[in-house]
Design a protein around this ligand. Structure first.
Ligand SMILES: NC(=O)c1ccc[n+]([C@@H]2O[C@H](COP(=O)([O-])OP(=O)(O)OC[C@H]3O[C@@H](n4cnc5c(N)ncnc54)[C@H](OP(=O)(O)O)[C@@H]3O)[C@@H](O)[C@H]2O)c1
Length: 512
């Protein structure tokens, strides 16, 4: 039988697994640790995927005992664990969780952390690898890095590695991202630095590369000859619940979602095939996409290609919602966008003239993230009916929820007449594989422990995307003439200007 040369073989076989690891979580009493990190580690334990010698140290400032900390984590694990909660498994898993009470700024606490880790090593009879997870607000990154450096914790002991995982947001513009990168890289080598973008941990995001490069039928058509345009939508049906308004009002949709998640998806769709699956080969190709984006400078170019808006009062799923400026912790005169639509062009041979439309917004009718690739019409159709709107081939990659891929094509309606109708071929993860996909954080934590940085953002990716975003932000906050801030009622699909952006090109947003 013909054996396929398979560049994905590495992912098909058992991954390299770290022999031992202690994960230190900075900000361990916070929401992320409770809702995502501990449930992810617990589910990895349930699947037998954690290293043999495994420990977690929670680092935060509130006083707690180890037992008290474990009991709180148990309650949140019951609510958030993907595969449910098993009391026996939890008992053995949680024995390896300790709490270290300390202020991020307190050097003494890092010295005692070092002693604690050394004590673990003594108990095991060998040093362990160390993964430092920064689940804290980014303004503490500087401080934590400095302390890790001064205490010598940034260097692995006894030949073992020390790595750092940084949560988003990684900066708020190019200058702050550069500064953070300087600080992080002064403490850890770039190859030991893992910048999280949890979208990359989602199965469907990873499947974009498999779809494109492991199936021959798509890639030959994946270019400006056959593709009319691409849409990327990330819709949320929530607003500023849970006190999120304070942070969000300083960031906005462009910084919070486009710079990281949407650009990562764009890179995966538009990149050239990497020569192999090493982290740098994949990231080399992804960063080229961001570098090739047509830049928009000045208010006029930005207004022509980018729409921003805020929601006003309305209702989502029959529930009344206040407008953005009336939300808790939001400035009543805020000029922060909670919706943005963009028309982008990737200036490469492959994508010349193909628009990539993106939209992201709060208080939209449903929660959904998807990529749709809209193909051109056939050059000549020997059918009595003309091919018109709604009859293009469309390949939809659903990132969340209901992960899967569907393909719309035309078919003949049964009957004596030759009538055409669009039909859909649908692949769903949940039914095809009969098991739920792992949570993004499970995959990403495992990869960081295995030393595989493919699904993490590299320094140049982050800086190039901020450089693009900065120009838009400058135009939006230009003192002399600011582009307009549109409005849309909560529960609608966004402002009219976003529809007009596509209508000007003779196109419409896909109905989700
Ligand atoms: N939550 C999410 O779903 C989510 C998703 C994506 C990214 N993120 C990112 O992850 C990071 C953490 O988010 P979060 O929602 O978990 O934040 P959070 O709930 O506000 O938790 C912050 C944590 O930092 C600790 N902390 C704050 N100041 C400290 C200090 N001076 N010394 C020691 N500890 C201190 C807090 O400890 P005490 O409780 O002891 O004060 C708490 O453990 C943020 O960068 C966020 O943007 C979060």
């Amino acid at each position: 039988m013909h054996k396929l040369e398979n560049p994905f073989q590495e992912t098909l076989i058992q991954r390299h697994r770290a022999d031992s690891c202690t994960v230190v979580i900075f900000g361990a009493t916070g929401d992320l640790t409770h809702r995502k990190l501990i449930p992810a580690l617990y589910n990895l334990a349930a699947g037998g995927d954690l290293p043999q010698q495994f420990k977690v140290v929670g680092f935060a400032r509130r006083e707690k005992t180890d037992e008290g900390f474990r009991a709180e984590l148990e309650e949140s694990n019951k609510k958030n664990s993907r595969q449910g909660h098993d009391a026996t498994l939890w008992a053995s898993f949680s024995q390896n969780i300790d709490y270290h009470c300390c202020e991020f700024q307190d050097f003494e606490g890092y010295k005692s952390l070092k002693l604690l880790l050394e004590e673990f090593d003594k108990e095991r009879g060998a040093p362990a690898n160390r993964l430092f997870y920064l689940a804290s607000a980014p303004e503490f990154f500087d401080q934590i890095m400095l302390m890790l450096r001064q205490s010598g914790l940034n260097v692995g002991s006894g030949g073992k590695w020390a790595r750092v995982v940084c949560e988003k947001p990684f900066g708020r513009d190019l200058a702050t991202a550069r500064h953070l990168n300087e600080v992080v890289n002064a403490t850890f080598h770039e190859s030991d630095t893992y910048r999280i973008d949890h979208y990359l941990g989602k199965e469907t995001a990873q499947n974009i590369m498999v779809l494109r490069f492991a199936n021959l039928m798509f890639e030959p058509n994946w270019n400006s000859r056959y593709i009319d345009h691409v849409q990327i939508t990330c819709a949320e049906n929530l607003g500023m619940e849970g006190g999120r308004g304070g942070y969000y009002d300083t960031a906005g949709a462009l910084r919070d979602m486009v710079q990281n998640h949407l650009f990562q998806l764009l890179s995966l769709v538009a990149m050239e095939p990497p020569t192999d699956l090493s982290a740098d080969s994949v990231r080399d190709e992804k960063v080229k996409v961001i570098r090739a984006l047509r830049r928009y400078q000045g208010v006029e170019e930005v207004s022509k290609n980018i729409v921003r808006a805020q929601y006003i009062a309305g209702s989502v799923d029959g529930v009344e919602r206040v407008g953005y400026r009336q939300e808790d912790r939001v400035n009543p005169k805020s000029m922060t966008e909670c919706y943005v639509a963009l028309r982008l062009f990737v200036n490469t041979w492959r994508w010349q003239g193909v628009p990539f439309y993106m939209r992201v917004g709060k208080q939209l009718p449903k929660k959904a993230t998807e990529i749709s690739v809209h193909f051109k019409y056939p050059p000549q159709a020997p059918f009595p009916t003309t091919l018109q709107r709604g009859t293009r081939n469309v390949l939809v990659i659903r990132i969340q929820p209901d992960e899967g891929i569907s393909l719309r094509m035309l078919s003949k309606l049964p009957g004596v007449q030759l009538l055409l109708q669009p039909v859909k071929m649908d692949f769903r993860y949940s039914t095809s594989f009969g098991k739920a996909s792992p949570e993004a954080y499970e995959r990403l934590l495992l990869d960081a422990m295995a030393g595989d940085a493919t699904l993490f953002a590299r320094r140049d990716e982050v800086e190039n995307s901020w450089s693009f975003i900065d120009e838009i932000e400058h135009a939006w906050h230009n003192e002399n003439s600011q582009p307009p801030m549109g409005e849309y009622p909560a529960g609608s699909w966004g402002p009219k200007d976003a529809d007009d952006l596509l209508a000007a090109d003779g196109r419409v947003w896909r109905r989700l």
